[in-house]
Design a protein around this ligand. Structure first.
Ligand SMILES: [Zn+2]
Length: 325
């Protein structure tokens, strides 16, 4: 009934327009979208900026998955660091010295392959504070967060061992404080809360993403709640139930696949599954990100499938998009 009702149709079109504006609008100075979004987020008490709205395939102008949480004019938390997020990081004017933590949802390359470039950039800044790195523990063929970091900047066998100052806080590098969190998605999975700073906590919730150890994150900051659902399938045990009372201001879901046969539903939720998840969690607003050509080309169909379950506003992420909270 909702799918074809005029008000919902109008809402869907409105969302598409928001996406188009976010993606293509440019100031007279032709600033990149990430700079325009940063200007909005910088003025807000709390904002979430999309640094990478894409997936694993190099398509169009989308970087791999990455989000910055702006607090009081500075981006202080990074969620994921996909390839290409490095350039968006620079376009947005972000500083590694401002980051208190980087949380990685899982070690698929489209979520994590940009990390070393960002750390390398931070080597040219001044900060004595440790930098917290949060990520899943090992499973299947995937390393845990500790081994992942050591494989990159470890002094012994790191591919970029010259950045080993990040391991021990020498050579003007920030010492990485790695927090490895169990990521088995079972009914008994613990959910782990980490205090990053006063009034900034992150809670890791294991989700199902095939055999890949994966964490969704719930961030609480200055009275706002943001849920980064990450890559997850509809087989994620207990996800909606655990967040039922969280009343998030924003739920970010990954629009990786379209509705229909032949899609990798063992890895990702189809749009109808996103709608069911959103209906169970009841966020104030939903932001669709991690688009791929196969999904974004069928956006209207996806929005229709979501709207059958979730009636709140649905926004569409582009690289640079800022959502103020
Ligand atoms: Zn993934």
């Amino acid at each position: 009934m909702l799918k074809n009702s005029p008000p919902m149709r109008a809402a869907v079109l409105c969302c598409v327009l928001i996406a188009a504006c976010s993606n293509t609008s440019a100031s007279p100075e032709q600033l990149p979208p990430a700079a325009i979004g940063a200007d909005t987020c910088r003025k807000a008490e709390v904002g979430v900026q999309v640094l990478g709205s894409g997936g694993p395939i190099a398509e169009g102008s989308r970087a791999g998955t990455s989000y910055a949480v702006w607090i009081d004019g500075r981006a202080q938390l990074l969620i994921d660091a996909g390839p290409g997020s490095f350039i968006r990081f620079g376009e947005a004017g972000l500083k590694v010295a401002d980051l208190k933590a980087i949380a990685l949802s899982h070690f698929h390359a489209d979520h994590s392959a940009g990390l070393t470039g960002i750390l390398n950039s931070g080597g040219f800044e001044q900060s004595d504070e440790p930098l917290m790195i949060i990520g899943p523990a090992a499973g299947s063929v995937f390393p845990g967060a500790g081994d992942f970091i050591r494989a990159q900047v470890g002094r012994e066998h790191g591919a970029w061992s010259y950045l080993g100052g990040y391991i021990d806080g020498t050579e003007d590098k920030r010492k990485l404080d790695v927090r490895e969190i169990a990521a088995n998605n079972t009914q008994e999975s613990p959910i782990t809360e980490v205090e990053i700073a006063p009034d900034l906590t992150i809670t890791a919730i294991p989700v199902h993403h095939g055999v890949v150890p994966t964490l969704a994150y719930l961030v609480k900051v200055k009275g706002r709640t943001i849920v980064f659902a990450s890559d997850q399938s509809a087989s994620s045990i207990g996800f909606e139930q655990r967040l039922r009372d969280s009343k998030p201001d924003l739920l970010i879901a990954h629009h990786v696949i379209p509705e229909g046969e032949g899609q990798p539903i063992g890895l990702h939720r189809p749009p109808s599954g996103i709608g069911e998840m959103a209906a169970g969690i009841a966020p104030r607003q939903l932001l669709l990100s991690h688009h791929m050509e196969r999904s974004i080309s069928r956006l209207e169909e996806s929005l229709g499938a979501i709207a059958l379950h979730y009636r709140g506003p649905t926004l569409i992420a582009a690289d640079g998009t800022c959502v103020t909270l």
